[in-house]
Design a protein around this ligand. Structure first.
Ligand code: HEC
Length: 125
C-alpha cells in the first residue's frame, strides 16, 4: 500500500466525519426552527378561532374593548378556559365587567391552548 492510497483513505474518512458533522448541525438547526414555527401555528389557529367565535362581542383587536366584551389581550389560559368553557372565572379573579352577558362555548374545548397562545401574543393596552 503506497502513501498515496493511505492519504486518499484519510481524506475519505475526514470527509465522512465532516459530512456527519454538517448533517448533525442541520438537524440541530431544523429542531431550533420547529419550536417557534409550532408556536406561530398555534397563534394563527387561535387568531382564526377568536375572529370566528369571539368578535360578535369582543373587538377584532383583542387589545381594545369590543361592542359588549372587554379587551382580552394577555388573558391567562385559566381565565380563558373558565370563561369559554363554563362562562365562569378562575377562583379569586376579579372580572373586568360585573355583567354576565358572555355565553359558554364548550365546543371550543380543543382550541383553548390556541386561543391562549393568540391572546398572549397581543400586548394589552
Ligand atoms: C355573546 C358575546 C360574547 C362572546 C361571543 C364572547 N364573549 Fe367574552 N365576554 C363577553 C362579555 C360581555 C364579557 C364581560 C363579562 C360578561 O358580561 O360575561 C366577556 C368576558 C370575557 C373574558 C374575561 C375578561 C376579564 O378579564 O374580565 C374573557 C377572557 C373572554 N370574554 C374571552 C372570550 C373569548 C376567548 C371568546 C371567544 C371564544 C369570547 N370571550 C366570546 C362577551 C362575549
Amino acid at each position: 500500500m503506497g502513501v498515496r492510497r493511505r492519504g486518499a483513505r484519510l481524506a475519505l474518512a475526514t470527509g465522512g466525519v465532516l459530512a456527519a458533522l454538517f448533517a448533525a448541525s442541520c438537524e440541530q438547526a431544523k429542531r431550533d426552527d420547529a419550536a417557534p414555527s409550532a408556536a406561530a401555528a398555534s397563534i394563527e389557529r387561535g387568531r382564526k378561532v377568536y375572529l370566528a367565535n369571539c368578535t360578535a362581542c369582543h373587538n377584532t383587536d383583542p387589545g381594545l374593548p369590543g361592542a359588549i366584551g372587554p379587551a382580552v389581550a394577555g388573558s391567562q389560559r385559566a381565565l380563558i378556559e373558565a370563561r369559554v368553557l363554563r362562562a365562569e372565572y378562575p377562583p379569586g379573579y376579579t372580572p373586568k365587567r360585573p355583567t354576565h352577558a358572555m355565553v359558554a362555548l364548550p365546543q371550543l374545548a380543543g382550541s383553548i391552548d390556541d386561543l391562549a397562545a393568540y391572546l398572549a401574543s397581543v400586548t394589552p393596552r
